[in-house]
Design a binder for this molecule. Structure first.
Ligand code: MN
Length: 307
């Protein structure tokens, strides 16, 4: 099943070119704090599934292109993210020719996982504002896992049962020496969507194809089979560090091909089975606050530096 939020946070099931409004099935529904009822909905989804399937044929329907899609999980308790989880991305970041100019780039064994603030989440067709003129901000195309249950210390062999579904995620990132949650936590730096595909429609978690285009040119092509820490291991590790709740999002890492995004760019992420998530980059940069110059000085990766 493909689930989406639209207009004033109504809940829909996407079928082909249409979206069926199933909001009437969610007694807790409220537009004021979507996470609260989305959490309950996801936690109860298995029990509600038959009712949803019975309701969809008679539900109010709209053309998908006529509604405003929202991020399918607007306010999870957390977005956990995997750094450096594909060998060729590790290679492109390190070494003399790498983005970080000779730095030794390690993996999850060394960095662990990190958090992106839920407030960085935006939905399809959003406009992203770059925070620093003169700093490099990159696209990172990723598959996101949505958690379906409250779990702690789940083992790898049982991790799939903790998953609700998957969606697409862009882990937008300023390059530089600050900690990841700062560089990757700006408003708009976590585009999510366009739909959540429920677990039953995912045939093989280790063979999901996805790609990113910028202004129509393919920049990244990935397959989850090439991950250093596969999806089940990421769920196990994340649940060892922290209790996972329904709706929590895990960004599973980006393949090679990351590159700078610039004002006016249009980014489209397509995860097979999930559909296309398109966002645009504003032509205007944000204005950093005055008096914090040292924070915002360009690092090695300032735009224009050799890479
Ligand atoms: Mn990433």
């Amino acid at each position: 099943m493909k689930l989406a939020l639209f207009n004033d946070w109504r809940l829909g099931v996407v079928t082909g070119e249409e979206i069926a409004d199933i909001t009437a099935l969610v007694p807790q529904w409220s537009p004021s704090w979507p996470y609260a009822w989305m959490l309950t909905f996801i936690a109860n989804f298995d029990a509600m599934r038959k009712d949803i399937e019975r309701f969809v044929p008679s539900a109010p329907r709209y053309l998908l292109e006529a509604v405003e899609l929202k991020p399918p999980i607007p306010q999870p308790s957390k977005v956990i993210a995997a750094p450096v989880n594909y060998p060729l991305h590790q290679a492109e970041m390190g070494g003399v020719q790498g983005v970080y100019h000779g730095a030794s780039i390690k993996t999850i064994e060394h960095y662990g996982l990190f958090l992106k603030p839920p407030s960085s989440i935006v939905g399809p067709n959003s406009m992203i504002t770059l925070p620093f003129k003169g700093r490099r901000t990159d696209h990172e195309a990723e598959v996101a896992v949505v958690i379906g249950k409250t779990v702690k210390n789940v083992v790898e062999s049982e991790a799939e049962q903790a998953i609700f579904g998957m969606t697409g995620l862009l882990d937008l990132s300023v390059r530089g020496q600050e900690d990841r949650p700062f560089r990757k936590g700006f408003d708009g730096f976590c585009p999510l969507g366009p739909v959540i595909v429920t677990r039953d429609e995912v045939k093989d978690w280790d063979n999901i194809e996805f790609r990113l285009t910028v202004n129509g040119t393919v920049r990244q092509q990935g397959n989850t089979g090439r991950m250093i820490y596969p999806i089940r291991r990421l769920v196990a590790l994340a649940s060892y560090q922290t209790t996972l709740y329904p709706g929590d999002v895990i960004a599973t890492g980006t393949p090679e091909g990351v590159g700078e995004i610039l004002p006016g760019d249009v980014l489209t992420l397509e995860v097979d089975g999930v559909g296309r998530l398109t966002v645009s980059v504003s032509r205007q940069y944000a204005e950093p606050p005055e008096g914090m110059g040292s924070w915002f000085d360009p690092f090695l990766v300032a735009r224009g530096a050799p890479v």
